[in-house]
Design a protein around this ligand. Structure first.
Ligand code: GLU
Length: 553
């Protein structure tokens, strides 16, 4: 067969050669060891938490080696695509501050010299490579109908064939002559382009996965489809063309692609390309509430599968990133302990330290991480984050919280910016309830007393405190004053003494403080009461104590 003639027959409109693209997309000339990675989502209209996880690995790998990470949109699967499925992905990355060096930057926009970075705009490149494969006798058109293909599958299944698919004796279009093909085309028969696999069933391929080490698998023998009947490439073919011409050095992708590696290696070799390094990342899993089994996070069943869940739920981006980092690299937590204030981008990320088994995404752990992350933020930072979140998700609270920024920042500063900050808040959405007693429109008094304190004693404590409190006290004086109130009221300032001899007292200084705390905030637990009083101010304290006295009766 005259392959050149066949190539011209199949691709008359293609006048370029792969050499043209070799020149257009030259080697990147980066320093030795610099890695070029890519994140390659399909435009599904949302960013999966596993996607954020994968993209972080790409970006950190490039960052750690002085390389390049780029974003490519894989929109060759029309079934999965939705109109502008890109913006939500980009917005997700923006929110989390994940930045690619090049690639798609928005719906219809991109940056970088190796584009277009959207597969649907690369048809000519795929067809040019496809044409050259036909010229080399490494690809051929297949006219088998869907029925014929399922017939083959059925026969293989019934015959107990170990390897199933279009190959060897089953691949009848391998044998078509130029004349057969010409006739089929003239009749308008649809065709796909297949790889003419040269794989040997008896042979194994071995590759060194950066995360998993050596993997051995049977070589590919299937005549894989390269171009579908509409001329659009399959994932496999687009992967080879794109990662070659975009000069990817490290293909980091989900573990579900491991089984396709033999196919991919054969394809790279058929095209004459250097095979990139592969790193297959573990899946992000959760423990199913009903069965207790670990399973993949599913968009349908788990709201937390989409990153929007964390944005809407008010998790700071830093918390989500911090938590993902603990899943990504086993040594991250040690590094964090040694560098509590350092930015994540300084973490010496190492692909080799990734675990190869599934990562369990645990919302409870995320909550703990988030409390830590928020506890070390400045009050100003917290204020701004809460305001930004509330503006979108709780406008009513936004108005209240931002009416007096200085006051609200001071509220957020209680027990913060010190060596042992409180760790009460995991999400911005919790702040409204947390600070409600500071804001009249939110405050709902509740004067319920603990069982060990009688109404009469509560009244006596509140009355005495109303008469004696002094906002000019410093913190020591403030506490000394509360202690001094104890004995005249039948309580003891000394907790140890109370424990030794509980019958002798009505209670201890803690109970007295609790009454004051309830009178002023309607809570038994709050951050530092001294600071709270400073912020409430004289008039409000008096009003609240008076109100409480009436309600304790
Ligand atoms: N578009 C593929 C996917 O959505 C990307 C796989 C890869 O990174 O090569 O899974």
């Amino acid at each position: 067969m005259d392959n050149k003639k066949l190539a011209q027959l199949l691709f008359p409109h293609i006048d370029k050669t792969p050499d043209y693209y070799e020149e257009l997309y030259p080697e990147r000339g980066l320093a030795e060891g610099a890695r070029v990675t890519r994140f390659a989502p399909s435009p599904t209209g949302y960013l999966h938490i596993g996607g954020l996880f994968g993209a972080l690995v790409d970006v950190l790998t490039a960052q750690a080696t002085g390389g390049v990470a780029y974003l490519r949109i894989e929109d060759t699967d029309k079934k999965r695509e939705i109109d502008d499925g890109v913006s939500a992905i980009i917005n997700g990355f923006d929110y989390f501050g994940v930045e690619f060096n090049e690639g798609v930057t928005g719906f219809g926009t991109e940056k970088g010299a190796y584009g277009p970075y959207t597969q649907s705009q690369r048809a000519e490149i795929y067809q040019t490579v496809a044409k050259s494969l036909v010229e080399k006798g490494l690809a051929y058109p297949c006219f088998c109908t869907a029925e014929e293909i399922s017939e083959i599958r059925e026969k293989q299944e019934n015959g107990g064939a170990l390897i199933r698919g279009y190959f060897g004796k089953w691949a009848k279009c391998r044998e078509l002559t130029y004349e057969d093909i010409e006739k089929n085309l003239a009749e308008g028969k649809p065709w796909v382009l297949r790889l003419r696999s040269e794989g040997d069933e008896e042979k194994k391929i071995i590759f060194d996965d950066v995360i998993r080490g050596k993997i051995e698998m049977p070589a590919n023998i299937i005549d894989e489809v390269l171009l579908k009947s509409d001329g659009i490439p399959t994932y496999h073919f687009a992967h080879a063309c794109d990662d070659h011409f975009m000069r990817t050095t490290h293909v980091i992708r989900g573990e579900e692609w491991i089984s396709s590696v033999p196919k991919h290696i054969e394809l790279f070799k058929a095209c004459g390309y250097k095979v990139p390094k592969y790193a297959h990342t573990p899946q992000v899993l959760k423990t199913d509430e009903e069965t207790g089994d670990k399973r993949k996070l599913s968009k349908r069943k788990d709201p937390e599968a989409a990153v929007g869940y964390f944005v809407e739920g008010g998790f700071p981006k830093e918390s989500v990133l911090e938590y993902l980092l603990t899943l990504i690299n086993s040594n991250f937590e040690d590094w964090r302990r040694a560098n509590p204030k350092e930015d994540i981008s300084k973490f010496p990320f190492n692909l080799k330290k990734m675990s190869s088994s599934g990562c369990l995404f645990d919302l409870v752990k995320l909550n703990d991480v988030s409390k830590n992350v928020i506890s070390v933020m400045t009050a100003k930072n917290v204020y701004e984050n809460v305001a930004a979140w509330a503006k979108v998700y709780d406008p009513e609270f936004f108005e209240i919280f931002t009416a007096d920024p200085e006051f609200s920042t001071a509220v957020m500063n209680i027990d913060r910016e010190n060596p042992k900050p409180r760790k009460d808040i995991a999400r911005w959405s919790e702040v409204k309830e947390y600070v409600s007693y500071f804001f009249k429109p939110l405050y709902q008094p509740d004067y319920t007393l603990p069982e060990n304190i009688s109404k009469a004693d509560a009244v006596a404590i509140a009355e005495k405190y109303l008469a004696e409190f002094n906002l000019a006290d410093d913190k020591d004086q403030w506490f000394a004053r509360i202690k001094d109130m104890c004995e005249p009221l039948g309580f003891t300032p000394n907790v140890k003494e109370f424990k030794k001899n509980p019958e002798a007292f009505k209670g201890h200084v803690g109970d007295v403080s609790t009454v004051i705390r309830i009178a002023l905030t309607s809570r038994r637990n709050t951050p530092d009461l001294f600071s709270i009083m400073q912020l409430l101010g004289e008039d409000e304290i008096k009003a609240r104590l008076t109100e409480a006295i009436e309600n304790f009766r």
